[in-house]
Each structure stands twice: as C-alpha cells, then as structure tokens.
Design a protein around this ligand. Structure first.
Ligand code: AMP
Length: 499
C-alpha cells in the first residue's frame, strides 16, 4: 500500500484548526485544506478519472494547486505538474506526450491552448472544482501500491521535446523518509516552499510537510520573482526549513537583502541541483550563520542520493563534495563498460535503491539507454565523479550536454533543435559560460536576420529560463579536423549581440 497516501489520509482525518498551509498573509487551517482536497478528489472521480490515469495540473503555485495534487494522488491517478510559465506551444507538447485524462488549469491558461491540445470535455478550470461538496467518502483508501506511479515530472529532453520522469509512491516515500530522519523534521517545522511544484525539491516542502502535519508557506507566482519579498517572507514566516538551488540562494543574498533579515528560526538551509561556487557559499554562511547547511545531490531520476553536511564553506579549488551516500542509496562509480571502479578512480556516477525511478513516460528507448537492470535497477546519471578517501562523493560535471541555467536543467540540444524549428536559421549551436547561454547561429539570410525575431520565436516555444542570454551570428560554424562543429572554438568566441 502507498504509505504516502496512507499518511496523507491520516492527516486529513486528524486535521483541525492548526495551519496546514500559509499563503499570502494568512494561514489555511488543516480542516479547511483537507476538505478542499476531498472536494477535488470527489470532483475528479465524478469526472471519470480512474486509477492510473494522468491528470495534468497547469496552474501557478497556490492552495488550489496543492489541493489538486493531493486529490490526484489519493485517487490513485498520476499527477503531472506542468510549469505554469510554459508558453502554450510547450504546454501543448507536454500534453501530447502525456495524454492526460484530465487537465486542471485556470481560465487564462485554458484560453492560451490551441483547440485540440486537449479535448474541451477533459479540461477543468480549477474554480469549477472548488466548493463541490464531498459525496460518499472521497478519502476512502484505494488499493494503491508502492510500485504504482504517483507523479510524472517533466524535464528537458535532448530530442527536442520534454520527457516525463515517472515517480512511484515508493520513490516518494523513500526520499521523504530519509529527509525526515536525516534532518529530524517534525510537525513543529515550518517549511518554506519556493521551488516550483514540477521540480522535485517541492517533494520536501509540499509533500513531506503535509505528511508530517507541519505547515508550509507557499511563495506565490509574483512574489517568487522578487528576491526582496521572498527574503522578507522567510523572516516573517519564521521558516525553519528552506530547500532551494544555489542560483536562487545567491540571488536572495545579492539582491534580496538576506543578510539584513532575522532568520533565527531557520534550522536547515538545504541546497541541491548545481555546484555552489565556494566564495558565494562562504558569503551566505557568514550572512546567515544560524541554520545547518547541507548539499544534497541527485538527479530527478533518483532524487537525493548523497548529502554533505557543511560546517564551513569548501576550500577554493576543492572538487565539489556532495557527501556520503544516503542509507537508501547504493552509489557506484563505473567505467564505460559498466565495471565498478575503486576509490579515487573517476567514472560515471551510477545509482541503485528505492528512490530510483521507473524511467521515462512512454519512452522505452530513452529508459533503456539510461537505466539498466543487472542485477538491480541502476540509473546511469551521466555525471562524472569519484569517491575520495573519506568516502565522500566528489562531483566533476556532466558527460553530455545537459546544463544548469538559472537553476533549471536544460538539454542544449533541445534549445538548438527548437531554434532550427523556427525556420529562421540554418544552423544553431548552444554554449554556456558562467551560467549564461549563448546561441550561435548561421542565418539563412544574414542581412535580413534579426536576433530579436529569433528570441521572440523561441519565447513562444521554450521556458523563460532556457532562452539565450545572447545570440551570436556566424557566417559559418568553425569545424574540427573531423568536420564536426567545433564547440570549443564557439565557446571561446567573444562578442555577440545581446538577445
Ligand atoms: P535535476 O534533475 O534538475 O535535479 O538535475 C540533475 C543534475 O544536476 C545532476 O545530474 C547533476 O549534474 C546536477 N546536480 C544535482 N545536484 C547537484 C549538487 N549538489 N552539486 C552539483 N551538481 C548537482
């Protein structure tokens, strides 16, 4: 049976006046929140959503979104949170990939979708679900197994369309159990949820908080854009647990006045997803000395599999230390033939254990290339690393062209293929330096080519964080001696036109 769903139902049954969510300046008591979940669960089953069906949720973060997420999971359906900032074309591509039985969205986003993206009868505008009186017992336990899919998280795909990572109920429970034990989380904690719901970071703040019966502050869509108000909310809410990405923490420090806030209540500042530059981390630890710091490592396909508790910022030049494997994870370093390597030897980081996900939704080809089954299910992360003498995992970077932009995972091939799809260029190559994306292009007609037209066309197809910071036009791409595009030479190119 799904322990996550069992725990959520137990919370719903025990809910009273204590806050489940904090939203804007108010608190939403547990009873009201769980009544909302029950109403939505009822509304979904009345609409014919069955166990195993996908329900896409394309909404900005807020109480209604979280209620819908839990309603879907409790019904045994599969929740697919879609980035609320996606342009219509990308949301349409995701819906096509997932084939949802139902799309829950708001009026604005429904109107953005072209007719045919999802049949009208399968679109519910979230307000229409509100206030529906629960009939029967919408929170009755269903036979949901640990191996049943609970969520699909969409991530950038190197083939040009996003791919969906399928997380089971057991995957979610394994991560959540570990986090509760590792950080001593309790129902007294106040979680701070800034990460979007389609990002696995929110499995800590949104899901684990509710599993514990703790409260979580949801940072709203507009508030999230401004570091000053986010830092103020951290103080005002007396948050005790905050899990974020280094890019965001850096922004809160440099533009949000984090150092001026009283964050005495904060017990844990956790980060994951990318290398935290040592000097910035040192400045953060000095500005906000109160909490414990931990660097968590793992791709969405495995969730967190190692953790480094930090007393001090790393030394300059030290290889990024992502810590000891979590008790649930079996991490090995392997060569290109899959053989295990010894301590100190560099190879691909591979992971087995209960947080390793099933693979990619309806993409057996991609699943087979990244996961193997001999003898245990093993995920080949595409990350390079080694174990040092102390048993800590050192992270050395990617094997492929996956990059982190503004904290988000982006396959550079996807940006290139999307640029080609616009029809405005005959060649496109993306490079990243210092977190900025440069799109190198060869135009069909250099005289008529306007970088701003390309950027506009890309904005209709790609999420904001994947848009180029600059576009650089070339007559022809430099090539290597084997005739391939010389990416190294392109990366070294100076100049360009700001996009
Ligand atoms: P995502 O699936 O968005 O979490 O991105 C996964 C990738 O982010 C991993 O494969 C790593 O390359 C990188 N990553 C995740 N955690 C860390 C970390 N703590 N330090 C450095 N890189 C990380």
């Amino acid at each position: 049976m799904s322990r996550i769903v069992d725990d959520l139902i137990a919370r719903a049954q025990a809910a009273g006046d204590e806050a489940a969510l904090a939203w804007k300046d108010g608190a939403i008591p547990g009873r009201r929140f769980w009544d909302g979940v029950a109403g939505r669960a009822e509304s979904l089953s009345r609409s014919g959503v069955a166990q195993g069906d996908r329900v896409a949720i394309w909404l900005p973060k807020g109480p209604a979104t979280v209620e819908t997420l839990f309603a879907v999971m409790i019904n045994g359906a599969i929740a697919v949170p879609i980035d609320p900032g996606f342009p219509a074309a990308r949301a349409t591509a995701v819906l096509g990939e997932i084939g949802p039985a139902m799309l829950v969205t708001d009026g604005k986003r429904r109107d953005m979708l072209a007719g045919g993206a999802v049949e009208r009868s399968r679109v519910v505008v979230t307000d229409a679900m509100e206030g529906s009186e629960p009939g029967g017992d919408p929170l009755a336990r269903k036979a949901i197994g640990e191996d049943d899919p609970a969520m699909i998280l969409m991530t950038s795909g190197s083939t040009g369309t996003p791919k969906g990572i399928v997380l089971t109920h057991g995957n979610l429970a394994a991560f959540s159990d570990w986090a509760i034990g590792q950080f001593g989380l309790t129902r007294e904690d106040r979680f701070f949820s800034l990460a979007p719901l389609h990002f696995d970071l929110s499995l800590l703040d949104v899901l684990t908080s509710q599993r514990l019966g703790a409260s979580v502050y949801l940072v709203g869509e507009t508030e999230a854009l401004f570091p000053g108000p986010v830092a103020m909310a951290l103080e005002r809410q007396r948050a005790t647990v905050f899990y974020s990405v280094p890019t965001t923490l850096q922004r809160l420090l440099s533009h949000g006045g984090l150092a001026d806030r009283d964050l005495g209540a904060l017990r844990w500042l956790l980060f994951a997803g990318e290398v935290f530059p040592a000097p910035v981390l040192a400045a953060l630890m000095e500005a906000v000395p109160e909490p414990g710091y931990a660097n968590l490592y793992g791709p969405t396909e495995t969730n967190v599999v190692s953790c480094k508790l930090l007393d001090a910022a790393p030394e300059l030049g030290e290889k990024p230390n992502v810590g000891l494997p979590c008790p649930h994870s079996d991490i090995s370093i392997r060569d290109e033939h899959g053989n295990k390597l010894a301590t100190g030897e560099t190879g691909e980081i591979c992971v087995a254990g209960p947080t390793v996900t099933q693979g990619y939704w309806r993409r057996p080809d991609l699943t087979a290339s990244a996961f193997s089954d001999a003898p245990d299910r093993l995920y080949h992360t595409g990350d390079y690393g080694y174990f040092d003498e102390a048993g800590d995992l050192r992270y050395l970077g990617r094997r492929d062209r996956q990059a982190k932009l503004r904290g988000y995972r982006v396959e550079l091939e996807e940006v290139e293929l999307t640029a080609m799809d616009t029809g405005l260029v005959e060649g496109a190559a993306a490079t990243v330096a210092d977190g900025a994306l440069c799109l190198h292009v060869v135009a069909h007609d250099p005289k008529a080519f306007a970088p701003s037209a390309l950027t506009r066309a890309l904005a209709e197809r790609l999420p904001r964080y994947a848009l180029p910071d600059r576009v650089e036009m070339h007559e022809a791409f430099p090539t290597t001696s084997s005739g391939k595009v010389d990416m190294q030479a392109l990366a070294e190119c100076a100049g360009g036109t700001d996009a």
